[in-house]
Design a protein around this ligand. Sequence first.
Ligand code: 3H9
Length: 702
Amino acid sequence: MLNIEQEGHVAIVTLDNPPVNAIGQAMRQELQQAVAFIDSQESVQAVVLIAAGRTFIAGADITEFGKPPEPPHLPDVIASIEQADKPWVAAIHGSALGGGLEIALGCHYRIAAHSARLGLPEVTLGLVPGAGGSVRLSRLLSAENAVAMVTSGKPVTATEALENGLIDLVTADEDLRRTALDFAGQIIGKALPTGLRYREPLESPDTGFWEAQTQQIARRARGQVSPLRALDCVRQGIELSVEEALAHERKTFLELRASDQAAALRHVFFAERAAPRPPELKDIAVRAVRSVAVIGGGTMGAGIAAALRDANLPVVLIERDEAALQRGRENVARIFNSALKRGRLNEAQCKARLEAITYSVDYAALADIDVVIEAVFEDLDVKRAVFDQLDAVCRSDTILATNTSYLDPDAIASRSRHPGRVLGLHFFSPANVMKLLEIIPTQTTQTEVLATAFALARTLRKIPVQAGICDGFIGNRILKVTRAQAERLLLSGATPAEVDRAMRAFGMPMGPFEAQDLGGLDIAAFQRSAARGRGDSPFAPVADKLVAMNRLGQKSSAGWYDYVPGDRTSQPSETVAAIISEQSTSAGLSVTNYSDLDIVDHIVLPMINEGARILEEGLASGAQDIDLVEIHGYGFPRWRGGLMHHAQTVGLAGIVAKLQAMAALRMCDEPCTYLLDAARDAAWDTARDTARDAAKVESFAK
Ligand code: 3H9
């Protein structure tokens, strides 16, 4: 785990704890022993701290955070380095994050490889730095730079780190070890620099600076606690004595480490890393994907093409005629030009993205493509016609994916000559931005095809979640409940503005009505009418009326709210109020004066019940997958850990009781058996194991 060698008068301490050299208890102990050992070696006059493998230290070992901290504690290990008799030089490659950067800050000098990144991402885990990071940084950088790094959690590049004073030298990646050894050789015999912790505090910026930062961070964090606490740590790092500031930071860290938000964010961290590699596909061979085609150049198809190009895959884009093809070309160009304008791409990157796309109206261009993703109009016959053509021209091993959001991929696959290669790949719009990818195997999809879809998701840096076949898969099925519940609230006394405000206060980026106005009411109306065609009866009495009046949202300057043309500011609408009042009479629900909390309960708890039904029917692999869908597809607050994690934090038994009370007033469905079982066991997983054994996957049960 830790190796010490000596070259001349320089000791080289190499940490080796794959995959990312996270610092756990054993490593802390070894490092502390190494400091004492090296101090006792007279022949050693300087030390280089370097790491083996793909990265320097990625931080404290996050898997230890659920348990009581065990000595030696990281602050003490770092203090022993800082107070060592010999100068320590941190040689950084890959990432120096969290506790990793804190160790480097305890060293007397820091050298980084050109491609290294340095950061304190603790806030993203619901924490503040716990081993002096905010204090040392606030004495090393300008207050502005320290605040930016500690409160955003965003790492800086080696070049930025050199500019802002975080490191002493940048070197070519391949020269890191040699440069560090030379540097160490040069500082031998020189006085040790004053340890950062003993440097004089900077003068604190005026209160206006701190107030502005507080406002800005509060706006950005929206309910998350740690960013504001991190700001406080930086301020105290400047204004208190070093000892007091370190004690303050450590106390804050330990308090937050035990918080629900930190537990939720850890849950999401590990769920995100587990999602791209489902254990059941671990040993399955994956097909090479060297080229991909997209059928359809509308918003979705162009977004998918852009996502593929961002991953450097060559793309063929097919449209039905020249005019549609030209629109597709313009849609793709718009995406990359906007990235260029926003500085996300430079000219050369933008040009390269646009160059490797072949546009064609001829399916013959697909003769040698590895994966085809169909993104045409959401109509079974239209999609089937596309698949018939694909069947005719593609190689028999070409994977054929449909990007349908509501149709049954089995119905699309069943006509294929090779149904084993067909599956659903449900991207979320804009497809080049949204991280979520629902992967939907049909009854006949081969395991190798499924494994390749996950591999493609990894290439695209998406968060893939396997979903079973039902109306709306995981995400849109739950969305239907969100919207129906939001309408029930309107019919029983709430206004659209009250519902939207309450859901924003809960942490959603937008309320359900403003989100519909932004996206357009016609899309959901189209899906409702298709569902009615299948014999379903989706609940949307007010939305149906609005669509009938051509109130389609911002695009028609009228939806759930009124808008002045050209202005996106929403105004309460008397027309909508009148429709709600008229529909309330026939709904016959009791009229209630809802608090924000009641509103959230009436929407979120039935969503949880729907999530439980999805687990009951075996349509998601586990509660954490539903969490990822809600966070990455619908903006559910990450710091709540996703829908199902949030439910467990709140308490499943209490949720059941509330749902039963609401159901008695006809405000939602009764809790499902799976939720009742989970409430009894106080966890999703136990219930899942029993329920999944018994689960019958019923296609289009809803
Ligand atoms: C902290 O340091 C607190 C201190 O201030 C105070 C302490 C007192 N621990 O992401 P990848 C695992 S808070 C344990 O796929 P990449 C990860 O789960 C910490 N495990 O690789 C995965 O496991 P598996 C602050 C960790 O190359 C494997 O490593 N640090 C940790 O795409 C590969 O991970 C952070 O928040 C960890 N700290 O990205 C940094 N980190 O293979 C978190 C990773 O079983 N880490 N694992 O699925 C990262 O941001 C990325 O892992 C990194 C590499 C950029 C380093």
